[in-house]
Write a protein that binds this ligand. Structure first.
Ligand SMILES: [Zn+2]
Length: 135
């Protein structure tokens, strides 16, 4: 496992986004696509900027730029709209890819599955459904 100071090389990276603070509440950063980069403060870290927030000393982002990547491992569930599993999987993946792309992320799917489920509201017990009571 890489520690905090190891650099991990990637040939495909998420969209680099503007780090300009624009608000005191979330979302507090601009977050727009950032074609510009410059050093930020005495720490020497790189700050990325959009066209609107470009700083005088910024330069176009070049290959080899170092950035912090945040990876979230999560489980996302959709109720399938299409009746066939294969089409339902593709439709759900398409929706997720679009949502992640719109948020500036890069999606990597480890697995995708489909299963039959029954909606059982908490106010009804499984015994009601098993007995055929469909009120
Ligand atoms: Zn910006």
């Amino acid at each position: 496992m890489a520690d905090r100071y190891d650099l991990v090389e990637h040939s495909s990276v998420p969209l680099l986004r503007c780090s300009q603070m624009v608000s005191n509440s979330e979302p507090w950063l601009c977050g727009s696509p950032a074609p510009w980069a410059g050093l930020s403060g005495p720490s020497g870290t790189v700050a990325f900027h959009c066209d609107v927030h470009r700083q005088l000393a910024d330069a176009p982002i070049a290959a080899g730029v170092v950035f912090t990547q945040v990876t979230l491992e999560c489980r996302i569930r959709f109720a399938a709209a299409p009746p066939l599993d294969l089409i339902a999987r593709r439709e759900a993946l398409h929706r997720l890819e679009n949502a992640v792309r719109a948020a500036g992320g890069l999606l990597t799917v480890a697995s995708i599955d489909a299963q039959r489920c029954r909606y059982t509201p908490e106010w009804r017990g499984r015994r009601d459904l098993a007995s055929g009571d469909r009120r």
